[in-house]
Design a protein around this ligand. Structure first.
Ligand code: COA
Ligand code: AMP
Length: 630
């Protein structure tokens, strides 16, 4: 079947299309139908089924004779170690951990927060939760204690599973003090924590509250896979919105299984026994879908990589991992390739390794800039496939369906909509725009299986954030266009979310932190273009009347404040003090204009600007930081 036929069928006959895909999942009780629309515009898929995620990702492969195949390879250039875990070992380890969690009272529906670095135990913790029907919420290790506390208060976990430390190049990230501070700061208190002690750092445990990973499992009854209904949340993953309060994206169990299983065949073109590597982090959606769940659901070997594209030890690390583990499909963020390209512009390292197993390179997480895509095409000689998606969708909205047919690659476009996504470009009034015209990208409801049904404890926010602006559509928050061949291009966000090294961050959240500094009266954060990371946050600070502190001191304190409150991942290092911020007459800060000035782009003077002279002051301040070069 061609892509065009397959896509058409998914839109014209979603029921038939997705029920057919559901045939590849092991159900305890199969769904009677695919789509449940009785609560529209909220939709659910396979709601009346009974199923278990962990069974489909682990146990069924052992039953099918794949017990001796590697499920996970951990490759850590930071600790100079590599180890493999077979499907049988994985099943036994996960069943034991789940049994220990159950023995301490964790049951179906309970939340468990996971705060761990890139070690196999992070995946085991996730799978142990889904084995019990407990709902995990993984928090990225680069977030500070305060961000963890916000998530603890929202998810109200019964337990938290953490590691003693994470390892960044040249720096040990002390997780346990961060965890202790987060629990201290949160209103909700978990019943207990489980700490995986790494040899690089043994954390101090609080008696009665903290349990060590291994002793905690001693003598427990392994847990079986607990069936849950199709709409049961497999996990909650928090992502940045326009405010400091993150959005708890819910992943529904059955749709997740069916959609990820389709994506591995249809998009990534991999099957049982293939080695799949997504070089991201379990704290992000890419890590959930394509380090943990999808490769395991498919019976692949997945790689858990603890390292960086450069510096661990060099720009050849990625290629070494691909050669040594015979990677067939590789997935990373464009920023990682930019980092490699900067150190190895002629691809000398690539030539040192045998990449004969590598079939395709997939890019996502931010716009794939043509120069980077072309560099990879030239040096790897395989398809370089950009694909576009979001935490909310859990799998690609648009991509190049390698497993169906490789569509001609148009550099700069993530190609075509994936099955079930009716992607449209709308004007401000919600009317579809002609091909080629730039507008807001929206998806006609219902979204396909696997996508978010709502936000955790925040249905009104879900409707307001995604459904109300364009009734009948899901608003993606991205702007772009669709060309005459139906290819989608994603150009920018329509909100105040920025993308730093493939990490999605809220400028509103950073502004909330800056505003809490005693000398700051008003502030704005914008995302300026950065060659390596795509964007970088830059803060403008207006000091309170009467503040006579040296500006450099306030800036330094503000940088530290964001690092302490949000975390190093915010990469907030640039700020300047200005007298005033440019605003419209109604008081809205003109952030988009400030971005254009910073990036040295031409812009139209906003008609509603209060005082145009302020823009000169902003440009002056930006020049002081090395920006606003015309
Ligand atoms: N735990 C603790 N801190 C972390 C962390 C983690 N898991 N991950 C990143 N950080 C820290 C980094 O050490 C860095 O701290 P620093 O300010 O002390 O240097 C900071 O957060 C910013 O991290 P990041 O923006 O990721 O930069 P980096 O220096 O770690 O790596 C590149 C940058 C250029 C190598 C980048 O190309 C890269 O690979 N980024 C990751 C891309 C990615 O996987 N995105 C996920 C979406 S698919
Ligand atoms: P996240 O939820 O962290 O995965 O971030 C999702 C956002 O990243 C999207 O809404 C886009 O703004 C951006 N993004 C992800 N993939 C792409 C891509 N292939 N091209 C352009 N932007 C992308």
């Amino acid at each position: 079947m061609s892509y065009a036929e397959l896509y058409r069928r998914s839109i014209d006959d979603p029921e038939g299309f997705w029920m057919e895909q559901a045939g590849e999942i092991d159900w305890v009780q199969p769904p009677s139908k695919a789509l449940f629309a009785d609560n529209a515009p909220l939709y659910e898929w396979f709601k009346d089924a009974q199923v278990n995620t962990c069974w489909n990702a682990v146990d069924r492969h052992v039953e099918a004779g794949r017990g001796d195949q590697l499920a996970i390879i951990h490759d850590s250039p930071i600790t100079h170690s590599t180890k493999g875990i077979t499907y049988r070992e994985l099943r036994d380890r996960v069943a034991s951990l789940a049994g220990a969690l159950r023995a301490k009272g964790v049951e179906k529906g309970d939340r468990v927060i996971i705060y761990m670095p890139m070690i196999p135990e992070a995946l085991e913790a996730m799978l142990a939760c889904t084995r019990l029907g407990a709902i995990h919420s993984v928090v990225f290790g680069g977030f500070a204690a305060n961000e963890l506390a916000v998530r603890i208060d929202d998810a109200k976990p019964k337990a938290i599973i953490a590691a003693s430390c994470g390892l960044e190049p040249g720096r040990v990230v002390h997780y346990k003090p961060l965890l202790d501070a987060a629990i201290e700061a949160a209103t909700h208190k978990p019943d207990f924590t489980v700490i995986f002690q790494r040899e690089q750092e043994v954390a101090k445990l609080i008696e009665g509250r903290d349990f060590a990973w291994h002793t905690f499992q001693y003598g427990v009854e392994p847990a079986e896979c607990v069936p849950v209904s199709g709409d049961h949340p497999a996990y909650i993953l928090y992502t940045s919105g326009t405010t400091g309060q993150p959005k708890g994206v819910i992943r529904p169990t059955a749709g997740h299984l069916v959609a990820l299983n389709w994506s591995m065949k249809g998009l990534y073109n991999v099957g049982p026994g293939d080695v799949f590597w997504a070089a991201s982090d379990v704290g992000w959606v890419v890590g959930h879908s394509y380090i943990c769940y999808a490769p395991l659901i498919t019976g692949c070997t997945t790689i858990v990589f603890e390292g960086k594209p450069v510096g661990t030890p060099d720009a050849g690390t990625f290629w070494r991992v691909m050669q040594n583990h015979k990677v067939k499909s590789f997935f990373t963020a464009p920023t990682a390739l930019r980092a490699i390209k900067r150190e190895d512009p002629n691809g000398e390292f690539i030539k040192e390794y045998n990449l004969k197993n590598l079939q395709a390179l997939f890019l996502a997480g931010e716009r794939a800039d043509p120069a980077t895509v072309e560099w990879a095409q030239q040096h790897l000689g395989i398809p370089v496939i950009d694909h576009w998606w979001q935490t909310e969708t859990g799998w690609a909205i648009a991509g190049n369906p390698l497993g169906i047919e490789l569509m001609p690659v148009k550099v700069g476009s993530p190609t075509v909509p994936m099955p079930g996504y009716d992607v449209q470009v709308l004007d401000e009034g919600g009317h579809p725009l002609p091909r080629g015209e730039l507008g807001a990208i929206a998806i006609k409801l219902p979204l396909p299986p696997g996508t978010l049904p709502t936000l955790w404890n925040a249905e009104a926010r879900f409707k307001k954030s995604y459904l109300e602006h364009f009734p009948g559509y899901y608003e993606t928050g991205d702007a772009g266009f669709i060309d005459a061949d139906g290819y989608v291009s994603i150009m920018a966000r329509t909100d105040d979310v920025i993308n730093v090294a493939g990490h999605r961050l809220s400028t509103g959240g950073m502004e909330e932190v800056l505003a809490s500094h005693p000398d700051v009266g008003e502030c704005a954060v914008i995302g300026v273009t950065d060659e390596l990371k795509g964007q970088l946050p830059l803060g403008f600070l207006c000091l309170n009347k009467g503040s006579n502190r040296p500006h450099e001191e306030v800036v330094k304190e503000c940088v530290k404040l964001v690092r302490d409150q949000i975390g190093p991942v915010a990469a907030f290092k640039l700020a300047c003090v200005v007298d005033r911020l440019p605003k419209t007459r109604s008081g809205k800060i003109l952030r988009a204009t400030m971005v254009k000035i910073a990036d040295g782009e031409s812009f139209k003077m906003p008609a509603t600007i209060d005082d145009p002279a302020i823009l000169d002051e902003i440009a002056e301040a930006l020049r002081g930081l090395g920006y606003a070069k015309a």
